[in-house]
Design a protein around this ligand. Structure first.
Ligand SMILES: [Zn+2]
Ligand SMILES: [Zn+2]
Length: 118
């Protein structure tokens, strides 16, 4: 191994920039055909994924939302539980920026709640 060995973006033999891992579990250098298994790099990615999971779960929790769900514009969407028209439209921004906005509909008759990802 040479001094290039520590950086997974470069070939350990010739220092050429390596392609991103695709379907194969081996990255092959296009210049000198040196190859290295992808599993040697995957540790870092797995760790960062685990960190984000608790945040995702807590933002999806519907607890403590009761009365705030009954404020907002009423639209003529039909409730799929009691089959009457009239549901309150409201949006909720998820804590993570990548998740975008989720639209909620709350029935004014039976308070049944439906969720729709935008
Ligand atoms: Zn190489
Ligand atoms: Zn209803």
């Amino acid at each position: 191994m040479s001094c290039f060995g520590a950086d997974p973006n470069f070939c350990a033999t010739c220092g050429n920039v390596l392609p991103l891992p695709g379907k194969h579990d081996v990255i092959r250098c296009p210049r000198c055909s040196f190859s290295i298994p992808v599993t040697e790099f995957s540790g870092q990615e797995i760790r960062s994924t685990i960190i984000f999971n608790p945040v995702e779960q807590s933002s999806l929790s519907l607890e403590g939302m009761e009365d705030s769900e009954l404020k907002g514009p009423v639209i003529d969407r039909r409730c799929s539980r009691c089959n009457k028209e009239g549901m309150i439209y409201h949006t909720r921004q998820m804590r993570s920026a990548d998740e975008g906005q989720t639209v909620f509909f709350t029935c004014i008759h039976c308070r049944y709640q439906e969720k729709e990802d935008s």
